[in-house]
Design a binder for this molecule. Structure first.
Ligand code: SF4
Ligand code: SF4
Length: 437
């Protein structure tokens, strides 16, 4: 049975795109940055510098010999103060390079545009750039662009859905750097031999749709596809289906459906790197939420603390009760304002008491709303029950491994059940069960 037998569901969420028309502001270089050696999905990097070393912007400071990883470069010039242990907001411990900046932003002598004339050169350049999926997933781009079946991949899907409330960083990329986005798309298509590209943009961003369309030269195999403004249009499998009609089946990767998906800011960065050779050292993010005095889109050096970014946005107008890295649907609550901005961090949202209340859970009333909201037609209430019964067979049948933790089910649940947590626990339970077997 097809995963998408019925139309994809999802939920309507308030857009709250308050910063949509706020042009990106460059934040001054902070006094100190902290660069964790894990800013991506996969293996952490090992620091290549030590306390006392002088570093420059774009200098390689962390690397790994593992396949799934991404290089880390200094975002500032200055002196390494220490290498310390850091526990990220998901609880993973990693090393972190702390650099006291000298404010000069001296570029590293290593910086030069890469020489690219083949697929291999291009993939090597993407790897050297340290790029990871900038939309939130943090998957190393050089790995994503090099699937095991390159000859069967013919399509690039560019994700500009930006369906999470509040976040407008990708919208700003579209409005401020559309020609860079298109050049990035053309480079990816040229070197990976792709026939066509689709740019998916939600229809609550009509200016972005119109502007992007106006820059596409007639005859170019690039199309803008307006998508219904609904969450989670930007989820990988969802946007592939909505733009191309192709289905990524359970256990498959997008490349198995002949597609590569890139976030719009990632594709724009590819163009920038090919032109300048400056690796990924800064990030545009949206700063918003009821506790923030001056919501903004801001470009900051990687490793800048949340506190410095929030102070740059005027500080708090109300005491924050919850601060999120990312959007309100899939973002992660941070435990400290010293948390540094990392590569896949596209928003800092700070909410005051009234918007941060955790609702009390009541008993499931078996209304079925969670299943109707799920884009993959999973049955979260049954998953929750089967998890309680530790029934691995039932959980497998319920296909909990398809769950992408989008939160639509919990969002619509009248009993306020914490279904995302139970789905995640069920996946963990199945992994442990499989390991035992
Ligand atoms: S939406 Fe909530 S109350 Fe309704 S069936 Fe699902 S878990 Fe139960
Ligand atoms: S969190 Fe999982 S089960 Fe819930 S709606 Fe999203 S994909 Fe479906």
């Amino acid at each position: 049975m097809s995963l998408f037998k019925r139309a994809l569901s999802g939920v309507k969420v308030p857009h709250c795109k308050n910063t949509q028309e706020s042009a990106t502001v460059e934040m001054p270089v902070p006094a100190q940055v902290a660069l964790p050696m894990l800013q991506h999905m996969g293996a952490p990097c090992k620091p290549l510098v030590k306390a006392g070393d002088h570093v420059k912007v774009g200098q390689l400071i962390g690397d790994s010999d593992q396949f799934l990883s991404a290089k880390i470069h200094s975002s500032v010039s200055g002196d390494v103060v220490k290498i310390e242990d850091y526990i990220n907001p998901t609880g993973v411990r990693t090393q972190c390079v702390v650099i006291k900046t000298n404010g000069l932003q001296e570029p590293s002598e290593e910086i030069a545009p890469p020489v690219v004339s083949s697929r291999e050169d291009f993939l090597k350049a993407v790897k050297e750039s340290g790029l990871v999926g900038l939309g939130g997933a943090g998957f190393p781009t050089a790995v994503k662009l090099n699937p095991k079946n390159p000859d069967q991949v013919d399509t690039l899907v560019v994700n500009c859905a930006e369906c999470e409330p509040y976040i407008t960083a990708d919208y700003r990329e579209c409005m401020e750097n559309a020609s860079g986005v298109l050049d990035g798309i053309k480079a990816v298509m040229k070197y990976l031999n792709l026939k066509q590209a689709y740019i998916g943009i939600e229809d609550n961003k009509p200016r972005a749709i119109e502007y992007m369309r106006s820059l596409i030269i007639s005859g170019d195999p690039i199309q803008v596809v307006p998508l219904k403004a609904k969450y989670p249009q930007g989820a990988e499998k969802v946007i592939i289906y909505e733009t191309t009609g192709r289905v990524v089946m359970e256990g498959q990767l997008p490349a198995d459906a002949g597609v590569l998906v890139m976030n719009i800011s990632s594709v724009a960065f590819v163009n920038q790197y090919l032109r300048t050779g400056m690796p990924l050292v800064s990030k545009r993010l949206t700063v918003d939420g009821s506790a923030v005095k001056e919501p903004k889109n801001v470009r900051v050096p990687l490793g800048t603390s949340f506190e410095d970014v929030l102070n740059f946005c005027g500080g708090f107008k109300e005491e924050p009760r919850k601060v999120l890295m990312g959007g309100p649907m899939m973002g992660i609550a941070v435990y400290s304002l010293q948390t540094p901005v990392i590569k896949n961090n596209n928003a800092i949202l700070a909410f005051a008491e009234a918007q941060a209340v955790t609702p009390e859970e009541t008993a499931c009333i078996r209304c079925g709303r969670c299943a109707r909201a799920c884009p993959f037609h999973l049955m979260p209430a049954s998953i929750e029950r089967s998890l309680k019964q530790e029934d691995a067979q039932a959980l497998e049948k319920l296909k909990v491994n398809l769950c992408m933790s989008c939160g639509c089910c919990a969002y619509v649940c009248p009993a306020k059940r914490d279904l995302v947590t139970s789905n995640n626990m069920a996946k963990k339970f199945l992994r442990a069960h499989a390991a035992k077997k």
